[in-house]
Ligand binder design. Structure first.
Ligand SMILES: CC(C)(COP(=O)(O)OP(=O)(O)OC[C@H]1O[C@@H](n2cnc3c(N)ncnc32)[C@H](O)[C@@H]1OP(=O)(O)O)[C@@H](O)C(=O)NCCC(=O)NCCS
Length: 185
């Protein structure tokens, strides 16, 4: 039996967190790993809401760090289901850092996380279809389909290339690189 479609807004989730000094790296900016952890957390919350099931992270498909985040910023992560497969969901996450003193907001990250819903037997389980209520929802869905298609193509191409990329037949490609060959023939 087909599950009832759920609108994107049903599971839209925002997580807001203050960037405290212990989150900083040696350069005084927020550590990338802190943001990745928050991205994973909000993706989980959004996916699990849509699926009404626990979800696991399968892949973090894209993380673009566009600008550094500062200690003292209030970071909000806005998560929406962009795409659903049979058991998988792609969650788009927009990260916005706000300077609390002047209210200026900066878009610092965009990420796409693929999650899979698990049933009580710990196996992947079907998720509800996504109800696209706006053209924006439609655009995001189409873009996610294209990203999925390109990712699959890249994976196939890379697997083919990798099989041909033996060190014996390609060692000359290393000669103009900034590496030093340390093994002896
Ligand atoms: C994710 C997992 C359930 C997939 O198991 P599997 O046996 O490959 O299951 P399936 O082949 O049925 O795939 C399930 C879905 O995952 C998707 N999937 C699997 N690997 C994927 C990948 N690398 N990227 C994107 N989607 C992927 C499949 O396309 C499928 O989606 P669909 O049902 O919407 O078509 C399994 O690999 C797993 O449990 N991984 C560990 C996840 C985890 O613990 N994450 C936390 C890390 S600490």
């Amino acid at each position: 039996m087909e599950l009832e479609a759920r609108p994107v807004k049903y599971s839209q989730t925002t997580l807001t967190e203050l960037m405290i000094p212990s989150y900083a790296n040696f350069g005084g900016k927020i550590h990338g790993g802190i943001l990745l952890s928050l991205i994973d957390k909000v993706a989980y919350a959004c996916a699990s809401r849509h699926a009404s099931n626990y979800c696991v992270t399968v892949s973090v498909d894209t993380v673009n760090f566009l600008e550094p985040v500062e200690v003292g910023d209030l970071v909000s992560l806005h998560a929406s289901v962009n795409y659903v497969g049979r058991t998988s969901l792609v969650i788009g996450i927009r990260v916005v850092a706000e300077n609390v003193r002047n209210g200026i907001q900066r878009h610092t990250n965009t990420s796409y996380v693929t999650m899979v819903a698990k049933g009580e037997d710990d196996k992947p389980t079907k998720v509800p279809p996504l109800l696209l209520e706006t053209r924006e929802d439609g655009r995001r869905y189409l873009e996610a389909m294209k990203r999925k298609e390109l990712k699959e193509r890249y994976r196939d191409d890379f697997d083919n290339e990798k099989n041909r990329l033996t060190v014996d037949h390609n060692v000359e490609k290393l000669l103009n690189e900034r590496c030093v060959i340390g093994w002896k023939e």
